[in-house]
Design a protein around this ligand. Structure first.
Ligand code: FES
Ligand code: FES
Length: 296
């Protein structure tokens, strides 16, 4: 049982631990969370459970291929260098599967339009590799190219330098088995403390004092960490600095002490139980409550 307002992405990742489906924007804009529902590409972060019909078939990256049994799309993504940071990769591959299932012979233009229509966004590759990979996988699926012809082969002279030797992390990225920060977070015990950052909301300021009284009253806050709690030197860059830096290189703090340098600079850290920060997000309208009813 899950709440009707829970998104499919939350259920897949948190209830079912199918963390191959990634959440990037959580607003239906990036395609990282794409899955197939009855063969149709859907952004699961924007799909509430109440809209999913009983008995619907949901295909995630885990259902497309495994490290031991790769789908041609996954092989092609590896060979073409389509998985760089790899965060967009599961969503792209699921989306490409939806395309090839409905159109086995797409043109380059068809592939580009499909990814555009389904909002699949990639910040690393420049997209050409992803379109090439989809077209090559289509050739394999049509029987015009063998999977062996597609796969990377080390040249006879054993040279790797200057070849398209796949990056070692590609296998995990194309199969959704590569764990990013949020995936590792889901594997922590339920009562693991979470950190809330207090960040500057102005672009420049001199700090006269820091008042932690209100934060200290919040139930469950375990500790309040500010610059005075940093052991050693409260500075980031030190001797590694740009030649254009007019200071001595020790100007940027880890937690702000005398000055705010830019919007978002960290000022305090509050470790507390997950619920405290979850309730804050609910209050700000960034989360709906409750996340889950009892799983069943
Ligand atoms: S995470 Fe769903 S579209 Fe970006
Ligand atoms: S590979 Fe990094 S966003 Fe696409």
């Amino acid at each position: 049982m899950v709440e009707a307002d829970t998104t499919l992405a939350q259920v897949l990742r948190s209830n079912l631990m199918l963390t191959g489906t990634k959440i990037g924007c959580n607003e239906g804009q990036c395609g990282a969370c794409s899955v197939l529902i009855d063969g149709k590409v859907v952004r699961s972060c924007a799909m509430k459970m109440r809209r999913i019909k009983d008995g619907a078939t949901i295909t995630t990256i885990e259902g497309i291929g495994t490290p031991e049994d790769l789908h041609p799309l996954q092989v092609a993504w590896i060979v073409h260098g389509g998985a760089q940071c790899g965060f967009c990769t599961p969503g792209f591959i699921v989306s490409a599967k939806g395309l090839l299932d409905s159109n086995p012979s797409p043109s380059r233009e068809d592939v580009r339009n499909w990814f555009s229509r389904h909002r699949n966004a990639c910040r690393c590759t420049g997209y050409k590799q992803l379109v090439d990979a989809t077209l090559d996988a289509a050739k394999v699926l049509r029987g015009e190219m063998s999977i062996e012809q597609l796969q990377f082969m080390i040249p006879e002279d054993g040279r790797i330098w200057g070849t398209k030797y796949p990056r070692p992390s590609a296998l995990a990225k194309v199969t959704g088995t590569c764990d990013y920060g949020a995936d590792l977070g889901l594997q922590l015990p339920e009562d693991t403390l979470q950190l809330a950052l207090v960040q500057a909301e102005v672009s420049h300021a001199h700090i006269k004092s820091i008042d932690t009284a209100e934060a200290g009253l919040m139930p469950g806050v375990y500790k309040i960490l500010a610059h005075k709690d940093i052991k050693g030197k409260n500075r980031i860059t030190g001797l590694i600095t740009f030649p254009t830096n007019k200071g001595d290189g020790w100007d940027r703090p880890i937690l702000c002490d005398e000055k705010v340098f830019q919007f978002g600079d960290a000022i305090e850290i509050h470790p507390g139980p997950p619920n405290v920060y979850f309730k804050q997000r609910v209050a700000k309208g960034e989360e709906t409550e409750p996340l889950f009813a009892a799983a069943g």
